[in-house]
Design a protein around this ligand. Structure first.
Ligand SMILES: [Zn+2]
Ligand SMILES: [Zn+2]
Length: 319
């Protein structure tokens, strides 16, 4: 076999990733073979939202439905049990209400995008250029080559680029192309639930006292929906705490340039292809990698499209 030059090696690789990214995000690519997915994933074209990916997994659909109901209950209970009554009493600042509303909308938008965006599935019919053989591994399940940082997801039944993990709560993989949506989701869910928890605490602080001698407690508690308020306080605390852990863990992974799967499969960094070093990336480099090129102000918005990166982000080393 003829020896390939490094320049040719790089050109072929970049060309593959460039076409691959076009297939993920562009409706007009016209290259249908690049966009093929496994039988466990359905793709719907939507005029406004583009290609929507859905994983056929009953457990995932149940978890995602639960999260949507969690959000609906949270918004309903906060709006009608705390925000509206307290605002009428003049005890709640309009800025706090606007902040809560903003975070709520951003949370549900991020959830929608994280759940329906192609996480970076390796097309099942596209064979990589033979010149890249050193940088590709073979997937026994897909029966085809894949980039070294791709992993096979048994829920999606397909390999995913730079896969972080398969999240049942969004019923989708978290990978190269939707990881920033997932990070946005965790961040906005944390902010939303933190604001809700603070509002609940303030509400309890202002809660009118009920002297036992003059008050019928059963009527009193029912009137103020005390049980629902306890439940809302618990839910907001639970979500804020779990999202804080998730955001912290993801942030640590990002600056270490590792994924959740890397940590599970090789926690001590013994794999020489992905050695664990204590050389942290700067936050700027880590989040540019996560969110893609573009102005930083757009990193916060879930509806933007992520631009293509180079093969460095798949291989971990420049080629
Ligand atoms: Zn595979
Ligand atoms: Zn998956």
């Amino acid at each position: 076999m003829a020896q390939e030059t490094p320049n040719n090696y790089k050109r072929v690789t970049e060309d593959y990733f460039s076409r691959l990214h076009s297939a993920w995000v562009m409706e007009e690519s016209g290259d249908k073979t690049m966009g093929e997915v496994s039988s466990n994933v359905t793709v719907h074209r939507c005029p406004v939202f583009g290609r929507l990916h859905f994983v056929r997994d009953q457990r995932g659909i149940a978890c995602l439905s639960f999260i949507v109901l969690y959000w609906i209950y949270g918004v309903w209970s906060m709006s009608f049990l705390i925000i509206y009554p307290r605002y009428q009493q003049g005890l709640l600042n309009v800025v706090a209400i606007a902040l809560y509303a903003f975070c709520s909308v951003m949370t549900i938008c991020s959830l929608f995008k994280a759940a329906t965006t192609n996480p970076g599935r390796v097309p099942l019919v596209e064979q990589p250029p033979v010149t890249d053989a050193d940088q590709w591994t073979f997937c026994q399940k897909c029966k085809q080559q894949r980039p070294t940082r791709a992993h096979h997801c048994r829920r999606c039944q397909q390999c995913v680029m730079k896969m972080d993990h398969h999240c049942p709560w969004i019923n989708n993989c978290v990978g190269e192309a939707n990881h920033f949506h997932f990070m946005q989701l965790c961040t906005y869910a944390f902010l939303m639930s933190l604001i809700a928890f603070v509002m609940c605490m303030v509400h309890w602080y202002l809660w009118p006292k009920c002297p036992a001698t003059i008050c019928d407690k059963s009527v009193y508690y029912m009137r103020h929906q005390q049980a629902l308020l306890y439940f809302s306080t618990f839910l907001s605390f639970l979500m804020a705490f779990s999202m804080l852990l998730m955001v912290s863990g993801q942030h640590f992974n990002l600056i270490m340039d590792r994924t959740t799967l890397d940590n599970l499969r090789d926690p001590f960094g013994k794999d020489q292809s992905r050695p664990l070093t204590l050389k942290f990336r700067t936050c700027h480099d880590a989040y540019t990698d996560l969110c893609g090129p573009g102005h930083k102000i757009f990193w916060a918005f879930p509806c933007r499209r992520r631009k293509v990166l180079t093969s460095y982000h798949y291989y971990g080393n420049p080629v």
